[in-house]
Structures are given as structure tokens and as C-alpha cells.
Design a protein around this ligand. Structure first.
Ligand code: P6P
Length: 335
């Protein structure tokens, strides 16, 4: 559906709901609550650099309130708002070891996995950071949800998205009918449709990988990365390297411009045999988004991210994600 630019998120959500007469409006309500949480986090992120100047030094601000670290603030903001939204039965967060219950009496039919502020190591150097979220339908019949409700394949997500806090704050999400991008107008506190029906170029322009880990990658991964660096006029190679060290920012640039992001398993840390990135609230939601935008997401042994059956809330997976033709080539090379 060709939408005029400037449509607000809530207008888009309500219009999309009209396309699904069977919809109860619960998913729309859930997404709207997430949007409110995102606006709250955005305001705090944008103030972070001024914390000291505005007298919010140390642990308390000038009002005597406890100044939370931004990722702690983001986590608490989402937890508190979503626990009483009435649409969720259980949550899991990158910041919490176990599942997070919702408020008694507010149990709903969805689950939420989220990374409240991915890339938080970049906060102090003013580099883009982001919130990533993933929504499934519950599996258990009612009441408080459980880990069983959280451990579901990415293929079964009903919604996925992220909020990118950067030069402007953007919300990018999908409910299975394509990928929509919205930009926040902070003067009115509204997200406006700015990137309707995002399609990612089928061939990359950028290669995103942390070359500092090269000596720890599997041999076949080194071979594939070397292939991407060889001159190939037809494929536009070698690609430019772009790696911010903030997954959401690297993903977003590649989604819009075309790129391949690779975080493979590495032998650097035996406790993290499958690399660094998490399945439930990083790889799986981004994999749904990229597939909805015409791209692909696999592990470094060619398994589709969306088909992985999770066994742990915080399990890590190697991730190769981006433009379809390059990920197809990676799949053939690495299998
Ligand atoms: P490395 C940020 O800490 C993060 O989790 C992702 O946002 C980012 O893609 C990755 O780690 C960067 O990891 O090992 O390259 O610094």
C-alpha cells in the first residue's frame, strides 16, 4: 500500500489493522506501548551527554533522583511500561538472567524479547545505539507466561523491530507485511513514516565485520571474507568496509544501502564459542526484518537464523545478515 510520507505510527498501525479484520487490536496496542517507551528512552539518550553539565553527576541528579546508567534506564523503562500493558504474558531482556513476569492481572497473549540498549559501550562516545525487540504469540494456555513461551523460532515471530538513537531517532519494524521506517519529530513527539516498504538492495555496498578478530575466525570464514575483498567488477567488489560496533547502526545502514554484516564464531573466548550476538533479541528479530526487506540471515555454517529452535534465553549465534546475493554466496561457500 503506497502511503503518504508523514503518516504517524499509530495511524499506520490502525490502518494495517484494518487489513486484518480478525485482529483484536492487541498487537497494535503492544506496538504503541513500545513506541512510548522508545520516545522516553530517546529523550534520555539525547540528554546523556549533558548529564554532568546539568548537575546529574555521580549517582543522583539535581532533583536528588538516582541517575541510572542508560542501559539500566532503558531496561527499566521497557519493563515497567510493558509489565502493565495487558498484552504480554512474559518478557526476556538482555539485561536480566531469567524471564520477567508481567503484573498480576495484566497477562496477555504475546511475549516480548528485547535488548534495551544494544551497543551501550558506544554511549560515552556518542555513537548510535538502539533498542531491538521481538514479539511472539504465547504457547501456554493462560496466566503468567514462562520460558517455554519465550523459546520460540524466529520464523514464528509476529513482529520485530528496532529503535535507532542517532542523528535522528528512527523506528523500523515489521508485522509480516513488509518493513516500515519512521523518524521521530522531537518537537511534537511523533514518529512519522519516512521510509515506507523498505527493500534492501540484493547486492551489497558495504562489508561489516570486526577484522580485529580475524585470527580467531574459522578458516572458511577467513576465506569468504577474502573473497569479498577480491576485485570483481560485476559484483562491485571489493566492498567498502563499514563497522560501527553497534549492531543496530551497522544493520540499519546496510538495510538501506545494501551490505553484509558478519559476526562469526571465534576462538577468542571459549565461553562464547558461537560468537557474541544473541539469538532471541538480536539475530532473530533482525533476521525477520531483513527477510521481509528481501535479504537473508544465516549462521556461519549456513543455517537460516529463523529456523533455529532456541534452547536458552541468552544463547549466542554466529550471524551473517544482509543483501540476498551475498548471503546466498556465503551459504554456498561456508556449507
Ligand atoms: P565487537 C555491542 O557491544 C555489540 O553487542 C553489538 O552491538 C555490536 O555489533 C558488537 O557487540 C560489536 O562487538 O566484538 O566487534 O566489539
Amino acid at each position: 500500500m503506497n502511503k503518504p510520507l508523514g503518516v504517524t505510527v499509530i495511524r499506520h498501525i490502525v490502518d494495517s489493522q484494518r487489513l486484518h479484520p480478525e485482529a483484536t487490536g492487541d498487537l497494535s496496542g503492544l506496538l504503541n506501548e513500545l513506541v512510548v517507551a522508545g520516545k522516553t528512552i530517546s529523550a534520555e539518550v539525547n540528554m546523556a551527554g549533558l548529564a554532568d553539565i546539568l548537575g546529574m553527576s555521580g549517582k543522583t541528579n539535581i532533583q536528588g533522583e538516582k541517575v541510572q546508567k542508560l542501559d539500566e534506564f532503558a531496561n527499566n523503562t521497557i519493563k515497567k511500561r510493558m509489565a502493565r500493558c495487558g498484552y504480554l504474558c512474559v518478557m526476556t531482556s538482555e539485561e536480566e538472567d531469567d524471564v520477567i513476569p508481567v503484573a498480576d492481572g495484566y497477562e496477555g497473549k504475546y511475549t516480548l524479547a528485547f535488548d534495551p540498549l544494544d551497543g551501550s559501550t558506544n554511549i560515552d562516545v556518542n555513537v548510535n545505539i538502539g533498542t531491538i525487540f521481538s514479539v511472539h504469540r504465547r504457547r501456554t494456555p493462560g496466566g503468567q507466561g514462562s520460558k517455554e513461551d519465550m523459546l520460540q523460532r524466529g520464523r514464528d515471530q509476529v513482529a520485530a523491530g528496532y529503535i535507532l538513537y542517532g542523528s535522528s531517532t528512527m523506528l523500523v519494524f515489521t508485522t509480516g507485511d513488509g518493513v516500515q521506517g519512521f523518524t521521530l519529530d522531537p518537537s511534537v513527539g511523533e514518529f512519522y513514516l519516512s521510509h515506507p516498504d523498505i527493500r534492501t538492495p540484493e547486492r551489497s555496498k558495504y562489508l561489516s565485520i570486526n577484522e580485529g578478530n580475524r585470527n580467531y575466525w574459522p578458516e572458511n570464514v577467513r576465506g569468504f571474507v577474502d573473497l569479498l575483498k577480491e576485485k570483481d567488477q560485476e559484483k562491485g567488489r571489493p566492498y567498502s568496509c563499514r563497522y560501527i560496533g553497534s549492531l543496530v547502526a551497522d544493520f540499519h545502514r546496510n538495510l538501506i544501502s545494501g551490505g553484509i554484516f558478519i559476526y562469526p564464531r571465534d576462538s577468542k573466548n571459549p565461553k562464547k564459542p558461537y560468537g557474541k550476538l544473541r539469538l532471541l533479541y538480536e539475530a532473530a528479530p533482525l533476521a525477520m526484518l531483513i527477510e521481509q526487506a528481501g535479504g537473508r540471515a544465516i549462521t556461519d555454517d549456513g543455517i537460516n537464523i529463523l529456523d533455529i529452535e532456541p534452547t536458552d534465553l541468552h544463547q549466542r549465534v554466529p550471524l551473517i545478515i544482509g543483501s540476498k546475493l551475498d548471503v546466498d554466496e556465503a551459504e554456498g561457500f561456508l556449507r
